[in-house]
Design a protein around this ligand. Structure first.
Ligand code: NDP
Length: 463
């Protein structure tokens, strides 16, 4: 009977997750979606804590205290700009936890001589495999985003053959486990080989392709949890894991489309073009870069009717969103038509720019997607690029050897005038120079994003 109540509570929690996810699809309902998801999780946790299989609460309380303390310190210390690597780390910890919980359940079943079904061993092998790939792959992704390891694509001959061989060895250990359910050693061997695969899959991902991989690893962490749900015969874990897995896969597909990368290749870590190479900065810029002062830019803006603002990672670094919002209000009060062009991978996490601009109360209907804004650049007088680089780099269209080759960009160079706000000519995440900065219709407004926009506001008000 207890089980019936437990399953009804899990059903309620799962429904709250599904409705929460639906609400998260739109900024207007996203807060409610978050709340629904949180209530669902509270129900799931409380019901699980009352599970009659729990023998002692000491370890659970100790875990709660340590985990909460770590979470609290992280939440206070981590900068907004470092959120993507933290997300990568959380994905990894989720995968690692799934592999360890599956191992514990397997070892316990062996001790009690209760390894009965093929489903149990297959689910254990799947949790170990996906969990270990997610853990090590995410750690490497964290290292790349944090700058601890090179963010460039690392390729070596025979990489694909090695990955296929590793996959075959994993299947072999999985088969051993299924045939001989007492072979705990086969589980750990499978986890070890999967760990190597996690690293070799992420090594060749570099340049601008990390968003796709973060989304994919997020999905893997969900699949690992779902597999562990089958090991523990826990319905809520299966449902939650499947929801994370499928929504992560949908996000990966959206990211692949945004970056024009084949989905199948992403799954095998074969994203992007070559490593940053090709033309040197000196060849591209060759004394052709023009810089302007805030007063000069204010004069150009004064004559403009239609202005498009393109934010990027630099806006997040300098926390310039509120200054950008004030600038947009000022420009509109002067009769200008102002819109924002949002590239799907601008910043360092999906939706990064949308979140920051929403925080600064910029109306959502002013934010235009890449497909909406690109056809309008021909009729745009001024584009203000604020801390964006890779997402406006024309090399994506012209240089097949570049790491961003084939990625659709915001075609800001089609506008009459482009003003780029950043601190120097340094490259963006992909590590390549940007010919836009040397284009005839482009001027650089050098400085920290927030400071320079405040100066620009003062100059416009004075003009
Ligand atoms: P980029 O990383 O291409 O460029 C950001 C620019 O911001 C830099 O060139 C830098 O130049 C400038 N900048 C840094 N700090 C400041 C500051 N304080 N004030 C003004 N400018 C500043 O950013 P984009 O948004 O154009 O592109 C995102 C890149 O990140 C893409 O390559 C994408 O693939 C990748 N990525 C995206 C993820 C996602 O999910 N969205 C996840 C992981 C990677 P300077 O130092 O000269 O100021």
């Amino acid at each position: 009977m207890e089980n019936v109540y437990e399953n009804i509570a899990y059903l309620v929690a799962s429904s709250l997750f599904v409705f929460g996810l639906k609400d998260l699809a739109h900024p207007r309902t996203a807060r409610r979606g978050n709340l629904l998801g949180a209530i669902g999780m509270l129900i799931a946790v409380v019901v699980t804590l009352f599970d009659r299989q729990i023998l002692s609460y000491e370890m659970i309380i100790a875990g709660l205290v340590i985990g909460s303390a770590a979470g609290l310190i992280l939440a206070q210390k981590v900068q907004m700009t470092a959120v993507p690597q933290i997300v990568a780390l959380f994905n990894g910890l989720g995968g690692g936890a799934s592999a360890l919980v599956a191992a514990a359940a397997f070892a316990e079943a062996l001790t009690l001589k209760q390894v009965s079904s093929v489903q149990f061993t297959i689910a254990t092998a799947a949790a170990g495999f996906i969990g270990a790939v997610t853990f090590w792959g995410s750690l490497l992704a964290f290292g790349k985003l944090q700058g601890i390891t090179t963010e460039k694509a690392v390729r070596f001959p025979g990489q694909d053959a090695l990955n296929i061989a590793l996959l075959m060895i994993i299947v072999l250990f999985g088969a051993v486990l299924t045939i001989d359910p007492s072979a705990l050693w086969a589980y750990w061997a499978l986890v070890a080989v999967s760990s190597v695969l996690g690293i070799t899959l992420i090594l060749p991902v570099g340049g601008a392709d990390m968003p796709v991989i973060i989304a994919l690893l997020n999905s893997y962490s969900g699949l690992a949890a779902a597999a562990t749900g089958f090991v523990l015969s826990n319905n809520i874990l299966i449902i939650c894991g499947a929801l994370v897995g499928s929504s992560g896969l949908i996000l990966t597909k959206i990211m692949c489309k945004a970056m024009n990368r084949p989905f199948g290749k992403c799954v095998f870590g074969r994203t992007g073009g070559a490593s940053p190479a090709g033309k040197k900065e000196a060849d591209i810029y060759a004394g052709q870069v023009k810089s302007a002062s805030p007063e000069e830019v204010a004069m150009i803006i004064d004559a403009a009717h239609r202005i498009v603002i393109v934010p990027g990672y630099g806006m997040a670094v300098s926390q310039a969103q509120h200054a950008v919002s004030s600038l947009a209000v000022l420009l509109e009060s002067r009769g200008k038509n102002v819109e924002f062009g949002i590239h799907p991978v601008a910043g360092r996490m999906p939706g990064h720019m949308n979140v920051l601009l929403a925080e600064a109360n910029i109306p959502y209907d002013k934010l235009k997607t890449m497909d909406e804004i690109n056809p309008t650049f021909d009729q745009t007088d001024v584009v203000l690029v604020i801390g964006a680089n890779d997402v406006v780099n024309p090399l994506a269209r012209t240089d097949p050897g570049s790491p961003i080759a084939g990625m659709p960009i915001l075609n800001v160079d089609h506008a009459r005038a482009v003003i780029v706000i950043k601190r120097s000519l340094s490259p963006g995440f992909a590590g390549i120079p940007n010919p836009l900065f040397a284009a005839d219709n482009c001027m650089m407004l050098f400085g920290d994003g927030k400071g320079i926009i405040l100066e620009l506001i003062t100059a416009i008000e004075a003009s």
